[in-house]
Design a protein around this ligand. Structure first.
Ligand SMILES: Nc1nc2c(c(=O)[nH]1)N[C@H]1C(S)=C(S)[C@@H](COP(=O)(O)OP(=O)(O)OC[C@H]3O[C@@H](n4cnc5c(=O)[nH]c(N)nc54)[C@H](O)[C@@H]3O)O[C@H]1N2
Ligand SMILES: Nc1nc2c(c(=O)[nH]1)N[C@H]1C(S)=C(S)[C@@H](COP(=O)(O)OP(=O)(O)OC[C@H]3O[C@@H](n4cnc5c(=O)[nH]c(N)nc54)[C@H](O)[C@@H]3O)O[C@H]1N2
Ligand SMILES: [Mo]
Length: 706
């Protein structure tokens, strides 16, 4: 959802039709909005998912309209002015800087920021304050895709585009429940299949028989966490079938000498046994890949949220490089981003190790370029990568963070190991939360709450999975005193004395400063501006200065030159490791946690949509009958599910659409919901050593009768 939408007010306002819950600091609905798809948007082509279609029902519900403050967590919040909020914030900032230096400050932002919000927050922390402790919830989402693309191809940035869906012969969907999580894109695939008599072929790799799998020609219900083994086994067979493009490999890649013996060891027998699937299915997939003119693979959290996330992304990119299935229409490794602007966050350097324009904190030239552009003294940006979000939690645990500023994310639902997070955050002297909605789980651990304008109430840009930048105009007033996030970060910068560096008076000016910093970089969008986007609609990058509207690049690497120092992509040979916390006798099942079609993450919006709540009134645990029967658990019974970190109670649904040994919970119902089932109390925080993305798709659990 996000930008391919048009909203219109409907008269008359029908207040309270669904029982609006107006809690402290929020305002009841006044005008109802109706949404419809924007037929002129080149990515969505006028299609809109249920969350987009109902966004108008949620924009005015339960909003925060004024800053709120309390000096300790056992006090109730009191409404305060922005002036007072700024004083409190500045006071803590300046005391911390004077006593300890900037390393005790951290900001935790979000792929639901607009690019402009992201840019200013980064400039404030990394530039003005000289501390790289800016991380975003993309750490939980896209981080492995970022490190995977960068390591294998030399730069982040999906090389494909949505039009590839219309020309691919085979689409491999691995670790993505596209039907529920990217429904617009999935419908586009299904429509084409109806039109073209079953083309493209669809193959799904997922331990669950999802809606996505139900529509596929072939479903490989692999054992959780065995994707890399599967990919190596597929590589083995592709070589055996003669599908290796020897010219491409020789001219455009390096690393084949190390990869060859590794693939040789992943025989079909071994692969099928490790993955727990039929050897025939593996061979079928290999044959289809080998005989397809163009192969597109789509992946999402089943791949990224892994202890070997970066390695698995590399395993998939290996196959595309080996068979020359990249840098042409209908082919390539295509990471599906989740949040509306996760891609924009990558472009502005919205993770603790990054700087704007696909630059790295660790690179001294990059730091110097950004310091110059930002107008700070040489050396202003620290050479040390900042704390990732989990490292921020650990720092709070040790009492080493004095200010944690959370914005546009709800970590007290979405981070793993929630009891540990709650205890750690309670040790931080000032927790600030910039939020649009009242009463979130994270507000329960915050001292200072700042009301945020959200999408539709502030202008700014977003980038989608196919590198297409859309201008989202402000067409409604924010409620009460709510303000755009970027404007709040900029005001803090000015109050700290950086008048000139934070002087913008509009999001368009912020954008202009940002795009100038991408000049000559892989994500060059120096030719874009709010005006151009408003006049000519969404544009794909690269879009260097002087590019004509519509002439941005649909696909990357058409010349097969990759942005590594050698100009070649890298084949990467890594032994599969499996799960960080494999099941054992005490905790014999694997819990995986994901999404439902009609709900969005931590429910702040979709809980106000009657249709969504009717369809999905609460969480259920999906269990295979084979795992439930020994316990005497019947369909609908309440069960207790425990990991080494805690237990939750939840009704079970018996289903054969899940692999025996695996159970599934939705992530949506946090502690503030009447139906609370905090799935992430059970999850661990071990993650990929390269992307630092936690393994949010698997933890060892035990099922008991309640
Ligand atoms: N309806 C809805 N749509 C959304 C969102 C939402 O909240 N609601 N959120 C958006 C966001 S931010 C994101 S990141 C995307 C996420 O989109 P997806 O990644 O598609 O969604 P998930 O349900 O998290 O997980 C996808 C699948 O991974 C599977 N899986 C679990 N373990 C493994 C494994 O070991 N291997 C493989 N191959 N698969 C495994 C799960 O069974 C699940 O079906 O969705 C976006 N779209
Ligand atoms: N076990 C498990 N855990 C997961 C996942 C999983 O698959 N399994 N998925 C992970 C992934 S991929 C993601 S993306 C995260 C998502 O987790 P979160 O980011 O915590 O979820 P959201 O509910 O989207 O939180 C966004 C918040 O920002 C607020 N908001 C919306 N717009 C604005 C704005 O413009 N400004 C401000 N200041 N606030 C705004 C919303 O009201 C909401 O409270 O969860 C992660 N956690
Ligand atoms: Mo995500």
């Amino acid at each position: 959802m996000g930008c391919g939408l048009e909203l219109k007010p409907v008269q008359p306002p029908s207040r309270d039709a669904e029982g609006v819950d107006a809690t402290a600091g929020s305002e009841p609905a006044e005008v109802q909005w109706t949404a419809r798809g924007d037929r002129h948007h080149p990515s969505s082509l006028g299609q809109v998912c249920v969350k987009g279609a109902t966004v108008g029902e949620t924009l005015d519900r339960n909003r925060l309209t004024t800053p709120l403050w309390r000096s300790s967590l056992d006090q109730p919040f009191t409404p305060i002015s922005w002036e007072r909020a700024m004083e409190l914030l500045l006071d803590r900032l300046q005391t911390t800087l004077a006593l300890h230096g900037p390393e005790r400050l951290a900001i935790y932002g979000s792929g639901q920021f607009l690019t402009e919000d992201y840019y200013v927050a980064n400039k404030l922390l990394k530039g003005a304050l000289g501390c790289n402790n800016f991380d975003a919830n993309s750490r939980l989402c896209m981080s492995s895709a970022v490190s995977g693309y960068a390591r294998s191809l030399g730069a982040d940035g999906p090389p494909c585009c949505y039009d590839d869906l219309d020309v691919a012969d085979l689409v491999l969907l691995i670790g993505t429940n596209t039907a529920e999580c990217h429904p617009v894109l999935f419908q586009r695939l299904l429509k084409r299949r109806r039109r073209e008599g079953g083309t493209p072929r669809l193959v799904v790799v997922d331990p669950r028989a999802t809606e996505t799998a139900a529509a596929a020609d072939l479903h490989l219900p692999i054992r959780s966490g065995t994707d890399l083994a599967l990919l190596h086994g597929l590589g083995h067979l592709l070589c055996a079938l003669g599908a290796r493009d020897q010219v491409f490999v020789a001219r455009h890649t390096e690393g084949w000498d190390d990869l060859e013996p590794l693939l040789a060891a992943w025989t079909p027998q071994r692969t099928a046994a490790v993955c727990g699937i039929a050897e025939d299915s593996l061979r079928q997939l290999a044959r289809w890949w080998a005989e397809s003119g163009s192969v597109l693979s789509l992946w999402s959290m089943g791949v990224n949220q892994r202890r070997e996330g970066t390695a698995t992304v590399a395993g998939l990119i290996n196959l595309h490089l080996l068979t020359g299935q990249i840098g042409r229409a209908g082919a390539g490794p295509f990471s599906l981003t989740g949040q509306p602007n996760a891609m924009g966050g990558r472009e502005v350097g919205g993770l603790a190790q990054l700087l704007p324009g696909y630059r790295a904190v660790a690179n001294s030239e990059h730091r110097a370029e950004v310091e110059r552009h930002w107008g700070f003294a040489p050396g202003a940006i620290s050479a040390a990568p900042g704390l990732t979000v989990w490292e921020q939690i650990e720092a709070m645990e040790r009492g080493e963070l004095d200010l944690w500023w959370v914005a546009a994310t709800n970590p007290l639902v979405s981070l793993p190991w929630l009891d540990r997070v709650r205890a750690a955050v309670a040790r931080c002297p000032l927790v600030v939360l910039s939020e649009a909605y009242a009463g979130t789980e994270t507000a329960a651990v915050a001292h200072l709450v700042l009301p945020a304008a959200q999408w539709s109430e502030k202008a700014g840009t977003m980038t989608n999975s196919e590198r297409r930048v859309t201008l989202c105009p402000a067409f409604r007033e924010p409620p009460g005193l709510a303000r755009p996030d970027w404007a709040v970060f900029a005001e803090v910068g000015r109050r700290l004395g950086w008048e000139r560096q934070f002087a913008w008076t509009s999001a368009a000016e912020v954008h202009a400063e940002f795009v100038a910093l991408t000049r000559g970089r892989p994500c060059d969008m120096a030719g874009l501006s709010h005006d151009l986007l408003a006049a000519h609609g969404p544009q794909q990058w690269p879009f260097p200065e002087g590019t004509a509207p519509g002439a941005g690049q649909a696909r990357l690497y058409l010349d097969h030159r990759f942005p590594t120092p050698e100009g070649r992509a890298r084949l990467i040979a890594e032994e599969p490791l499996g799960l960080a916390e494999p099941p054992d006798e005490a905790y014999p099942l694997v819990l995986t946690v994901g999404r439902y079609l009609a709900h969005w993450h931590t429910l702040t919006r979709t809980v106000h949509v009657a249709r969504a709540c009717k369809q999905y009134p609460g969480p259920v645990l999906e269990v295979h009958p084979r795992d439930a029967e020994p316990l005497g658990l019947v369909d609908g019974a309440r069960a207790r599910l425990c990991s080494r970190r805690g237990c939750v109670h939840v009704p079970v649904r018996l289903t054969t659409a899940i692999r025996p040994g695996v159970v599934f919970l939705p992530m949506h119902w946090g502690a503030s919901q009447p139906e609370a089932c905090e799935a992430n109390r059970l999850m661990h925080a071990l993650g990929c050593p390269l992307s630092k993305q936690p393994e949010l798709k698997a933890a060892a659990v035990r099922l008991e009768t309640a």
